[in-house]
Design a binder for this molecule. Structure first.
Ligand SMILES: [Zn+2]
Length: 82
């Protein structure tokens, strides 16, 4: 039996204009990857569940941010509180 919350359990928050990727976490929160594009160095990720993020100076190219954001989504059990 899966312990992952269903995506339909919570409402998806509004999508920011600079949203590049949105991962759903196992706690049904979201990890948003935002920035200006694949080869920009201002991309970052932020978890809407636990508040963790790739704050400066960890901003980087999308191919470096993507696996970190996906790994956080696979591990984070925080549920959305709002
Ligand atoms: Zn989290």
């Amino acid at each position: 039996m899966s312990t992952a919350a269903r995506a339909s359990t919570f409402t998806e928050p509004e999508r920011p204009n600079d949203l590049l990727i949105r991962f759903i976490t196992i706690g049904a929160s979201f990890v948003d990857v935002t920035g200006t594009g694949e080869y920009s160095k201002d991309n970052r990720w932020h978890c809407t569940g636990c508040g963790d993020s790739s704050d400066c100076p960890d901003q980087d190219f999308l191919f470096r941010i993507r696996p970190d954001a996906n790994n956080h989504a696979a591990a984070c059990r925080a549920i959305p509180l709002r």
